[in-house]
Ligand binder design. Sequence first.
Ligand code: R5P
Length: 283
Amino acid sequence: MALSIARALGAKAYFPVVERFPDGETHVVAPAVDGTAIYVQTMHPYPNEMLIEMEFTVDLLKELGASRVIAVIPYLAYTRQDTRHVEGEAIAVKSMLRMLEAAGVGDILSVDMHLHRLGLEELSGMTSVRLHEVSAVDSLAKEAGRFLKRPVVVGPDSESERWAKRAAELLGSHYDVLEKHRISPKEIEIRPKTVDVKGQDVLIIDDIVSTGDTIKKVIESLRAKGANKIAAAFTHGVLSGEDAAAGLYRAGADYLVSANTINNEFSRVDVGPVIAQKLKELL
Ligand code: R5P
């Protein structure tokens, strides 16, 4: 990702050396920087480790001369912990942003952020870090659309409406969003709406597939309603359970595709170009 962004911007790519000391400490060596540094960092599969790595590296880049640091974090972890559901619960996204602010991050550019309860402005208002977002949906819809015939686009919940609507516009079809109720962090219930999918191809679209339970329940409900081909397109393939992907096929998915914000066997959509385009506006 860093290389593809550097090529698109005509910039040089450097790769800081990050090691673990025998006692578990993180050790970073980075090059001196003159001007703006674009720092590309994944937050999967070890968000906590990656956060420390990012803290140390950004702090170091500032010390080594960077006047501004734009962090490109294609999959921004912790965004689902954006509110206090029970008394005393941490709003982890706020803590994370404060940490990055303290390290010297000026801007964060991410892809299809989990902005379900809070909007981009509210999240930006938590600290002085400016947040920017690009979307993988156009490319995901295009890629999945090659496999389907005039699909009905379905979002698992009201929060996915912005992506479902856009995908349907691009594919010249209809969309609907289902009702999702989260019973616990690991348990959800999908209540189908009245969308008619009998004999129709369907494209399910969402931002994150983690355990896969959300999409699995949607697939099962679509199968029960007589859908024809079913594809699922999602930006971030977190796939946290060992059985996450297999479970989707078992439930009846015919085709899965994700973006390369996290690399996995489905990440055929490259978000490097949209990120580079947005960076040109920010520089
Ligand atoms: C939640 O609102 C998100 O948009 C995703 O639907 C959710 O994070 C997926 O999680 P899982 O795959 O564990 O059901």
